[in-house]
Ligand binder design. Structure first.
Ligand code: KG4
Ligand code: ZN
Length: 351
C-alpha cells in the first residue's frame, strides 16, 4: 500500500511516501528554522504562511524522490493535532483536497503517535522493536512517557506539568544568547563541558511519580545567571553540560523506572530532544545495566518529519473502508490516549 503522509504542525513542512507502513521511499522536509531564528522561537503566523508557500513544492519533491505520481497513491495521512492551529490547517486542507480529487481515503493522525511509532520504520543499521515498549517522547512541546502495547494502544504514564524538555532547552539557550533551536546549540557546547561543574537540581526526582517538571530547573539556571552573569568560553560549555545533565538524568531515570514498573523489557526514544547526544548515550548505558533494550530512532526521524506518520497512517488506512473521503477535524490540543491515563493524581508543587 502506497501512502503519502503530510506534517505541518509546527515549523517543518514535510511530505513522505511510505510503502506498506514501514518502508520510507522519500521524506522531504522544508525547515523554517532560519525564518524563526531571528525571533528566538516559532512565530505562529509566520509558520502558517510559510507552510502555504512550501507545501506544494515539498509534495512534488517527495513524489519525485520516490519515483511515483499522485495517481499511484492509495491513501493520505496528515497530522491533525496537536500543534499550531494555522500550521495544522495547511496540511489538513491540502491532504483533504488531494484525497477528494484523487478519490482516495484520508486520515487525520496524532503528532505524538507519529513520534512514538517512528521507530517501527525500517532504517539501515537500526533494528525495530516489538511490542510492548515504553516510549519517551521528548520534544519542544512534550515530555511524555507512554506504555505502547500495540498500534493504537497507548497508555500515558507520565507527562510534564509545566515546560517540555525541549522548551526548557530552548528557553535556557535564549537566556544564554544562543540561537533557536537551543537544544542543538546546548548539545554542541556541552560536548566540551563538565556536566558536574554546576549542581543544578533534578526536578521531581522520584521513581514513584513519572511526571516531569522542568520550569524550576529553568529558574535555577536564571538564578545562577543573575548571580554569576552570562558565562563565556569553557564556563559556557560547563553550564550547558551541567544543565543538559540535569534534564537527561531525570528523563533517563523516569523512563527506566517506567519500564521496571510496567515490567516491559524495551524502551524507545523519540521527539527532537531524542537527538541529544548525552541522552542517547546515558539512556543506553543505564538501560544496559538494567538489562533493558533501547531503540533509538535515527536523528532524522526524531525531529518533526512526515515519514514518522507512516506506521500510524498505514494502521488506520488499512482498516478504513478503502474508498471515499473520511471526515476529521483539526484538534490543536488533542490527547492521544483519552481515558488511558495511568498517572497518579497531582499532589502539589514538586519544583
Ligand atoms: O520534535 P520536534 O522537532 O518538534 C516538536 O514536536 O516540538 O522537537 C523540537 C525540539 C526543540 O525544542 C529543540 O531544541 C529540541 O527538539 N532538540 C534538541 C536537540 N535537537 C533538537 N534538544 C536537545 N538536544 C538536541 N540535540
Ligand atoms: Zn514533534
Amino acid at each position: 500500500m502506497l501512502i503519502m503522509t503530510l506534517e505541518s504542525s509546527c515549523d517543518e513542512t514535510s511530505a513522505a511516501i511510505i510503502k506498506d507502513g514501514d518502508t520510507i521511499l522519500s521524506n522531504a522536509i522544508s525547515s523554517q528554522i532560519p525564518i524563526h531564528r531571528r525571533f528566538g522561537g516559532v512565530v505562529p503566523e509566520l509558520a502558517s504562511r510559510n507552510h502555504v508557500l512550501a507545501i506544494n513544492q515539498v509534495i512534488d519533491d517527495a513524489l519525485s524522490a520516490a519515483g511515483c505520481t499522485l495517481q499511484d497513491l492509495e491513501g493520505i495521512g496528515v497530522t491533525s493535532g496537536p500543534g499550531l492551529m494555522g500550521s495544522l490547517l495547511v496540511g489538513i486542507e491540502t491532504a483533504k483536497a488531494l484525497a477528494y480529487a484523487l478519490d482516495i481515503p484520508c486520515v487525520g493522525l496524532n503528532h505524538l503517535e507519529g513520534h512514538l511509532t517512528a521507530v517501527l520504520l525500517q532504517q539501515p543499521n537500526y533494528t525495530t522493536p516489538t511490542f510492548p515498549y515504553i516510549g519517551l517522547v521528548a520534544s519542544g512541546g512534550h515530555s511524555d512517557l507512554y506504555l505502547v502495547r500495540a498500534m493504537g494502544d497507548y497508555t500515558i504514564l507520565g507527562r510534564t506539568r509545566d515546560d517540555a524538555a525541549g522548551e526548557a532547552f530552548d528557553k535556557v539557550a535564549k537566556m544564554l544568547g544562543l540561537p533557536y533551536p537551543g537544544g542543538v546549540e546546548i548539545d554542541r557546547l556541552a560536548a566540551s563541558g563538565d556536566p558536574e561543574a554546576i549542581a543544578f537540581p533534578r526536578p521531581m526526582w522520584t521513581r514513584k511519580n513519572l511526571d516531569f517538571s522542568f520550569a524550576g530547573l529553568k529558574t535555577a539556571v536564571l538564578t545562577h545567571l543573575q548571580q554569576h552573569g552570562i558565562p563565556e568560553g569553557q564556563q559556557l560549555s560547563d553550564l550547558c553540560a551541567s544543565f543538559q545533565a540535569a534534564v537527561v538524568d531525570v528523563l533517563v531515570m523516569k523512563t527506566i523506572a517506567a519500564a521496571k514498573q510496567q515490567k516491559v523489557p524495551r524502551i524507545i526514544l523519540s521527539g527532537g530532544v531524542a537527538c541529544n547526544s548525552m541522552l542517547r548515550q546515558r539512556m543506553q548505558e543505564q538501560a544496559h545495566k538494567k538489562k533493558l533494550e533501547v531503540f533509538l530512532a535515527p536523528p532524522s526521524l526524531c525531529t518533526d518529519n512526515a515519514a514518522m506518520l507512516g506506521p500510524a497512517a498505514y494502521y488506520k488506512l488499512k482498516d478504513s473502508s478503502g474508498t471515499g473521503f473520511s471526515h476529521f477535524d483539526l484538534q490543536a490540543s488533542s490527547s492521544m490516549a483519552p481515558g488511558k491515563d495511568a498517572r497518579q493524581p497531582v499532589k502539589g508543587p514538586h519544583r
